[in-house]
Design a protein around this ligand. Structure first.
Ligand SMILES: *Cc1c(COP(=O)(O)O)cnc(C)c1O
Length: 220
């Protein structure tokens, strides 16, 4: 019951054009069913085997998003069905996703994870390195990949000015890439940023997709 109410109150705060990924990592199949019955169709997980197990048990119209760091030897578990991989942090990982996508005769949608946070524990590309990689066409050698945009995580802090600054750096890179590199690719349309603590602010900063876990399912 609480899950349904939480989803409804979050949906009421989302701007037009912003979609919700319900982050269900560590939560049970029955919790996900409850969210599904409250009309959620997009779920995010950060462990390949856990994602595969849940995918097998739950309705086939669910869109599964992969949001965690991804080891190359585990791409195969999710490649047959994953909707969007948010966390591409290297060319090597992109190459493996491309070949697993080819084996499954599909094109996989991906986001590049950008590192804007102060903590150096967070994964992702330095904005300038990603800009150079993409403007040199680093991604173009992978025909089974569709680059949909960027994902980022802000520093875990109560300093909302710092969080805003980080989100705006990601938005600036997104706009620059859209204008310079993906200008004739309308599929470059997704800026995934915002979690339970900062998704309202993330929308103000241009997010098109928020990833919310604990505000829906409770504390992990
Ligand atoms: C866990 C997680 C989330 C959701 O975090 P909450 O604070 O529970 O909303 C979002 N994005 C990523 C990458 C995560 O690992």
């Amino acid at each position: 019951m609480a899950i349904k109410q939480n989803i409804e109150s979050i949906l009421a705060t989302l701007s037009l054009g912003v979609s919700l990924v319900a982050v269900s990592k560590t939560f049970s199949v029955s919790d996900i069913e409850e969210a599904y019955n409250a009309s959620c169709r997009a779920f995010g997980e950060n462990r390949p085997q856990e994602l595969l197990k849940k995918q097998q048990l739950l309705p086939k119209d669910i869109e599964w998003h992969y949001i965690g760091s991804l080891q190359t030897n585990k791409v195969k578990y999710i490649a047959p069905f994953v909707k969007l991989i948010h966390s591409v942090d290297s060319d090597r990982l992109l190459g493996v996703i491309n070949s697993e996508a080819a084996k499954n005769d599909r094109v996989i949608d991906i986001l590049f994870e950008v590192h804007v946070a102060k903590e150096d524990t967070k994964h992702g590309w330095e904005p300038e390195n990603l800009y150079v990689y993409l403007s040199e066409g680093g991604h173009n050698k992978y025909p089974n990949i569709c680059v949909r945009g960027l994902m980022t995580m802000a520093t875990y802090t109560s300093d909302m000015d710092m969080v805003r600054e980080e989100f705006l750096r990601a938005k600036e890179l997104f706009d620059r890439l859209k204008g310079d590199v993906f200008v004739d690719r309308p599929s470059f349309d997704t800026l995934s940023m915002g979690m339970s603590g900062d998704y309202i602010l993330a929308q103000e900063c241009g997010s098109t997709m928020v990833r919310v876990g604990s505000s829906i399912f409770g504390n992990r």
